[in-house]
Design a protein around this ligand. Structure first.
Ligand code: IPE
Ligand code: IPE
Ligand code: MG
Length: 249
């Protein structure tokens, strides 16, 4: 934090991260892909600590996409085991740091052991207030939007919802992120410049930050660097620079 002189009045409330590059990190070291995933857990801890220290209120981490179910079954099962083990290992730490755990995605598609670990950790951390850690697991943005459309349509058919009431705010309230503000900043590691079906509705005006660093190498200082970069940007929301200067005057 000291290295970057962050402006404490312009800390994003919500940061989302696509944690990518674990497999390549392991390959570079001549190891199996899961070695990269295991080492990625340390980076989760770093990002969460860094976010908490500067007052970020919501941190959403893309941990497993719906598309990731097409990976080799050995990798999927190793990832799920790692998730369960990490949750049990970290729950005391989450509580001591005031972290409330939440999830988005099709949690019911995860193995029973994962669902149980997540449920217990959510229950144990539910009263924490400092920061909410939202894990995106078996998550697909297009699926999330499709489910919201299904739900709204059903309610319209039943006469519970007037179709003319469907606007941006209402759609947001039908998404799994309805309790959270949209992210101001999205970070993606590993040099891939794409969104990969993550929070597509919610990212409409999010600042995007791409770094070549592979996820297991992403440390607190890298997180602060991304925040510093975000703070240098002018968020115009369709207006002109001059209009923004006038409204600040
Ligand atoms: C991100 O790292 C973690 C998950 C998607 C679960 P990858 O496993 O995608 O690593 P690369 O992109 O193959 O290097
Ligand atoms: C996105 O990473 C999903 C997660 C980080 C969990 P991927 O590695 O699966 O994305 P693509 O396939 O390269 O777009
Ligand atoms: Mg990847």
């Amino acid at each position: 934090m000291k290295d970057f002189n962050l402006d404490s009045t312009r800390i994003p409330k919500h940061v989302a991260i696509i944690m990518d590059g674990n497999g390549r990190w392991a390959k570079q070291k001549g190891e199996m892909r899961i070695f990269g995933h295991t080492n990625g857990v340390g980076s989760v801890r770093e990002a969460l600590t860094a976010a908490g220290e500067i007052g970020v209120e919501y941190l959403t981490l893309y941990a497993f996409s719906s598309e990731n179910w097409s990976r080799p079954k050995e990798e999927i099962s190793a990832l799920m085991d790692l998730l369960v083990q990490s949750i049990y290992n970290e729950v005391d730490e989450l509580n001591s740091k005031g972290v409330k755990l939440a999830t988005i995605g099709d949690i019911e598609f995860l193995p029973e052991s994962c669902q149980k670990a997540l449920e217990e950790a959510k229950q144990s951390t539910k009263d924490n207030k400092k920061i909410t850690l939202i894990l995106a697991l078996s998550y697909s943005s297009r699926r999330e939007i499709s489910l919201a459309v299904q739900k709204m349509t059903n309610e319209v058919v039943k006469g519970e919802l007037d179709s003319s009431a469907i606007n941006e705010e209402l759609i947001s309230s039908y998404l799994s992120t309805s309790d959270y503000p949209d992210p101001e900043l999205l970070i993606r590691t590993s040099g891939e410049n794409r969104v990969s079906n993550f929070l597509m509705w919610q990212l409409a005006y999010t600042e995007l930050y791409f770094t070549k660093i592979l996820w297991p190498d992403f440390k607190k200082k890298n997180f602060y660097k991304a925040i510093f970069d975000y703070q240098k940007r002018e968020r115009r929301f369709g207006k002109t620079s001059e209009q923004l200067l006038d409204s600040n005057a």
